[in-house]
Write a protein that binds this ligand. Sequence first.
Ligand code: ATP
Length: 630
Amino acid sequence: MSRIAILSPIDEMIPVAKEACRKTGENLIVKKVNFDEAASTARELEQAGIEVIISRGMAGIKIIESGIEIPVVQIPITGYDLLRTIMEARKLGENIGIADTPDILQGVETIEKTLGFTIEKYPVHSLSEVEAGVNSLIGRNIDVLIGKSVYVSEVRGCVQTVILSSGIESLIQAINEAKTLLEVRRAEVKRTKQLQAILDFIADGVMAVDGEGTITVCNPSARKILNLPEDEVIGKNIDHLLINSRMKKVISSGKEELNRIQEENGVKIIANRIPIRHENKVFGAVCTFQELQKLQQQEQEIRKKLLHRGHITKYELSNIVGKSTSYQQAIEKVKKYSKVDSTVLLTGETGVGKEVFAHLIHSLSKRSEGPFVAVNCAAIPKNLLESELFGYVEGAFTGARKGGKTGLFELAHQGTIFLDEIGELAEPVQAQLLRVLQEGEVMRLGDERVIPINIRVIAASNRDFDQMVEEGKFRADLYYRLNILDIQIPPLRQRVEDIPLLCSHFIDELLPNIQKEMLKFDEEAMEMMQSYHWPGNIRQLRNIVERCMILSQGKVIDKGTVLMAGGKDFVSQKSQKSADIDAPMENGRLKEYEREYIVEVLKKVNGNKTEAAKILGIGRTTLWRKINNQ
Ligand SMILES: Nc1ncnc2c1ncn2[C@@H]1O[C@H](COP(=O)(O)OP(=O)(O)OP(=O)(O)O)[C@@H](O)[C@H]1O
């Protein structure tokens, strides 16, 4: 069905319109309408799916004024139409008068000059002036009145009349214009639908206002994020709806506002606002925004996926070995402290399991689903630590990565950050850490924005804080802020009863990699293990157990294997302990153990003496001497 309709108030125009359709090859709806029903007929056609209406003169004006939404094309009166009508009138009488709109009268003036006679003219601006115009012309003794059908109907009978109407060319012109409009309209509808689909689909809230702040666009996400009622947004002034919209500010300043964090209707959002310009004039503004909490959750998910390896807990209560009272007391503290969110300070010698405790606190806490970020403050170069912890924005310093970098504090959002070797922090970083703990927000290097974060801090150190504070090397206020809850992990030498348990735990753990049958320490060997002072604590114990497992000949790990595995530290400890008793024999046996150990190590490194000396912790000359029994 055709989407264009021609509505004519003049009977005579119907056949002309039909002929124009035939000539253009269009099968349009052609209808005769009275002036009074022009608007209602047009509306009915609009509802029936007509997309463009072609009409004439006052009927066309009435349709446009009725508020119809589809476009209306007015059939023009061309110069040719005027000439044809004047010639027709001239056949009826000498004195011709015309009452019409000023643009038509201008056309008449041009024709008068060509024809060589004058025509009485009366300009009409609206329907109400028609009667006065016609009367004025009659008063000037005209023989023939030219006018549009509505004017002419006023005087039929008084003077002769000729209706000024459009010819076929004008109709063809109108049909072509209507066809172009139809195409433009369809392209526009398509674009609008596309835009609508985008606005309906995107998760970001989008709102736009005109120059006065009246809301013209508000997508479903915007309504959802800000809890706005569905029907009461469009057409409202934004300031009546939102207290902090800042849209008028953007319109008046003409300046964009990007990444602004604010609260609106009780919801924290991050918003971008830009002015809408046309021909250097600002005529509105558009704002896109996201809910901060959601954004952070999404970031969290991505971070988890990207950084899975480093940011999850590895330990649970079930893999923790230690039955001694002092150790169990520490574990009890872990269980209690994991129930709250306060900062914990873990102290203890190297290798006692401070990181293990931090993992445990996290995995037992309500943050266990969030990330666990472990940072060894001593392992990161001092000049990089600040940017690693707090992140930076693009261009913050020479060499800053494009796009900036997320700091470790941000990465730990909703989870726990474990700051190992906290005693190594430089003073400026200490000050910043204090701010994070007090305010719950970080600021990337080179940035002015603060980023709210929700983290739990667990710090650890094997240094004496009281002394560091006293010497001014560690801020007292930071120390007190960190040390809200404290756990001291006892060194291994103070809980020797845990050593057998730990040994069999590590044997079970390491056996699959070593490909040997079940192994265990014999009594003498275990005694030796328990009498050692373990400066490297559990970490060192695990290493020695592994070495013993590799070096042992049969299913049992004996004293000799322990000595071999322990290397010179064990040997010197043993020799010191046994210096008084049975010295010559013990020294001879020790030398033997030492040689066996050296041979074993050499085998492992395929005879490479430099490598063996490195593993044994002695120089190449000493190694040569020992091999040659000197
Ligand atoms: N109770 C335990 N049961 C089993 N293994 C443990 C236990 N405690 C610690 N370990 C193991 O001991 C090693 C050292 O632990 P961890 O790294 O936690 O010590 P640390 O005190 O943080 O050391 P450092 O001070 O050098 O950073 C790790 O391999 C860990 O798996």
